[in-house]
Design a protein around this ligand. Structure first.
Ligand code: CA
Length: 705
């Protein structure tokens, strides 16, 4: 009643150009309201996955299959730069939208108009891009709880902000020396049971040990911390689960960290007062390096259920015992109820990177189904339902025979949100077939020792010239990269329908009760499809790239659909919120086209050996931000493609890399990691790659003209 009144007042007031923004009532968001939201408040989007069950299925019914062709832009608002990856889920509470950009800046906006109410800039340390994987500057959104907005920042902090005023209440550093290296946080915090839950990322950037921390929502005090990988066994274990986990590791894993970061999925179960933690991959990737003589390496790539109040473990289910391929289980998790083999079950649903779709009983961790959701899985033959374990393919052993393996480290399905229609028992989601070349680190093969990079990538699979040589000798070819969107039945393992997409990397989906499925594609096209057939009913070209989530909400009887678009390789589109409604007639500003010309290069004077050394060093040190040169991608990276560097930048190369000349832009000095000779070799290698790419560009232009 109180909320209704406020909305009515706002409508009267908002008609005036000088009207004050709507008053927030985010103070009323608590566990009870989030739990009730699915039934009584489909007009809101109160938490990352819509409600605690994270089904992301809208029961709003104004937009239908019949009228979706009239969908148009209601408003748009740039909130990010043209190289940030806009992956956040905006929340909508009492007419206010809370959204974040890649650098974790929080925007409170009038959800009907896009008008700004306040912004909060946590002044994220730009240098933290060096701990990211592949140059992605990402924040997946906020939690709104009891009058506050909580954001976890790219430089590893958790902040509480007053929802009314946008003023900071508290700011804690979630890093602890037990995590080893500093880390990024890209995931959204979750709020429940008086606590804020958050994990961390960066397991590819050197030594890292994953954990999840629960903070008191009011004070920011630590309530509990659950480690996901055991530490040094000569020291006391932090909690009893670590003693059990340590028995499954080999060698001196704690010196390398082990990985197991929970960088995305933390799902609260209101019925069981549990938190489900989706655990990431092992680090370094190959188990021979990470845990020689070890076993399952708990709790890597597992789903762990812990008591939300005590942080003690209820159960775990490990999707990939002894992870060897970067097969994170940190992907989104949805909760629901299903009748399985005639019995009602409380289920947990996840499609992790490894290619199998899991249905798990969330009361006890029992595996109920694990059907493949892609036709192309080479690392395992199936999941044995007796043991609950995947059966690794004995023919596919990269330690013995380096080769292309599918799915790749990017997974068959990654974090991109799925949408679960519980009535039909159907999960809508996008996945891709994408292969990677796996081998063992060269120095490790030669000496049995692994040198972990303190700055740069530390994957353990070998770099640059060495890896390229192995690729030439590969026993198999790379599987083509293809994206798919489908309606999947997790119990039968069958698709009701499945369509191939125009590109391999795409965004998340939202299904609605009226049979409309919204999806953002990597090409920058957003579609509305018939969720019974996959047929396209409407599309919108945002000129950029989607790797985002989709939400729907309603204000004063109008249903909206919102998402965010990122810049692409072709368009310098700023990270922009796009909000649609029926008969919307707003226009998105035309983005500028990116100049992708590669400048002419000076003559090459480096030897083949120097170029090979530069290749290996580039991939070890630079690729974590600047990516592998020439790698296919649709999304712009926060760190520039170095093949396009100008003559001035080339002249200043050593001053930048060793002297830290561009450290204010997030490019740190590498004077402790690299020598002058090594920097020159990297520069020569980049120039060689630029020359090749420029020749290709010119040939392409000649063919066109
Ligand atoms: Ca990973």
């Amino acid at each position: 009643m109180k909320r209704m009144l406020l909305i009515t007042l706002c409508l009267a007031g908002c008609a005036e150009p000088t009207a004050p923004p709507p008053k927030t009532t985010s103070g009323s968001v608590d566990d009870a309201r989030i739990i009730a939201a699915a039934e009584v408040e489909p007009s809101s989007w109160l938490t990352y996955g819509q409600t605690y069950k994270e089904q992301r299925f809208s029961t709003l019914n104004q937009i239908t299959r019949d009228n979706v062709s009239k969908l148009g832009l209601a408003w748009s608002k740039p909130i990010g730069g043209n190289t940030e990856r806009m992956q956040g889920t905006p929340l909508v509470v009492d007419g206010v939208m809370y959204a974040t950009n890649g650098w974790s800046v929080v925007y409170a906006l009038d959800a009907a108009t896009g008008e700004e109410i306040w912004t909060y800039d946590p002044e994220t340390d730009r240098e933290y891009v060096k701990y990211s994987c592949c140059g992605g500057v990402v924040n997946r959104g906020v939690a709104v709880y009891k009058g506050r907005v909580y954001v976890a920042t790219y430089d590893g902090r958790l902040l509480a902000i007053d929802a009314e005023t946008g003023q900071e209440v508290w700011d804690v550093d979630t890093w602890h020396p037990s995590a080893l290296g500093r880390f990024n946080i890209s995931g959204a915090p979750r709020a429940a049971s008086g606590k804020i839950f958050i994990g961390n990322g960066s397991s590819e950037a050197g030594k890292r040990r994953g954990y999840v921390t629960a903070y008191d929502a009011a004070t920011g005090e630590i309530a509990w911390r659950f480690y996901l990988v055991p530490g040094d066994p000569s020291q006391p274990f932090e909690h009893p689960e670590m003693e059990m986990a340590a028995k499954t590791w080999g060698g001196e894993w704690w010196k390398l960290g082990g990985g197991g970061t929970a960088w995305n999925s933390l799902v609260y179960d209101e019925e069981l007062n549990s938190l489900y933690i989706g655990v990431g991959n092992g680090a370094p990737w190959p188990r021979d390096i990470r845990s020689p003589g070890g076993g399952d390496d708990l709790f890597l790539t597992a789903i762990v259920s812990v008591d939300a109040d005590t942080g003690r473990m209820n159960w775990y289910y490990q999707t990939v015992p002894g992870d060897n391929w970067d097969y994170s289980a940190a992907m989104d998790i949805a909760l629901g109820d299903m009748v399985v083999d005639g019995e009602p079950r409380k289920v947990l649903l996840q499609a992790p990177k490894n290619g199998f779709f899991y249905v798990i009983d969330r009361t006890n961790g029992e595996l109920l189904r694990a059907h493949p959701y892609t036709e192309h899985i080479s690392w395992a033959t199936h999941v044995d339902m007796e043991t609950g374990r995947p059966v690794e393919n004995p023919e596919v052993v990269f330690e013995r025979e380096p080769q292309w393996i599918i799915p790749a480290n990017a997974g068959a399905h990654n974090w991109e949100p799925m949408s679960f229609d519980e009535r039909q028992g159907i999960m809508y989601f996008y996945y891709h077939d994408y292969a990677n070349f796996y081998s063992l680190d060269e120095h490790f093969v030669e000496t049995g020792e692994y040198i972990i990079e303190e700055v740069g990538l530390s994957l353990g699979i070998g770099y640059g010239a060495y890896r390229e040589r192995l690729m030439k000798e590969s026993p198999n070819e790379r599987h083509p990269t293809t994206g798919f969107l489908g309606a999947f039945d997790p119990l039968s393992g069958q698709y009701r329908w499945r369509v191939q997409l125009d590109t391999g990397f795409n965004g998340g989906v939202l299904a609605t009760t009226t049979g409309v499925l919204f999806h953002g594609e990597g090409t920058g096209v957003m579609t509305a499809r018939d969720s019974d057939t996959g047929d396209v009913l409407w599309h919108y070209n945002a000129k950029g790239s989607f790797s985002s989530s989709m939400i729907s909400y309603a204000i004063d009887g109008t249903q909206y659909v919102a998402t965010m678009v990122s810049g692409s390789l072709d368009y310098a589109t700023p990270g922009t919120l796009l909000v649609f409604r029926l008969n919307g007639d707003a226009a998105q500003p035309e983005p500028s086209v990116r100049d992708r010309t590669i400048p002419e290069q000076p003559p090459q004077t480096a030897s083949v050996e120097e170029l090979d050394a530069g290749n290996t060093l580039y991939h070890a040190q630079c690729a974590i931000c600047h990516r592998g040169l020439g790698q296919p991608s649709v999304v712009a990276s926060a760190s520039p493609d170095l093949r396009r560097m100008s003559a001035e930048t080339r002249d200043a190369f050593e001053a930048i890399v060793l002297g830290g000349m561009k450290s204010d832009l997030g490019m740190p000095a590498f004077n402790e990691a690299l020598s002058v000779e090594e920097v020159r070799a990297i520069k020569a290698f980049i120039s060689e790659k630029a020359r090749e790419a420029r020749a290709e560009q010119l040939a392409e232009q000649n063919t066109r003209s």
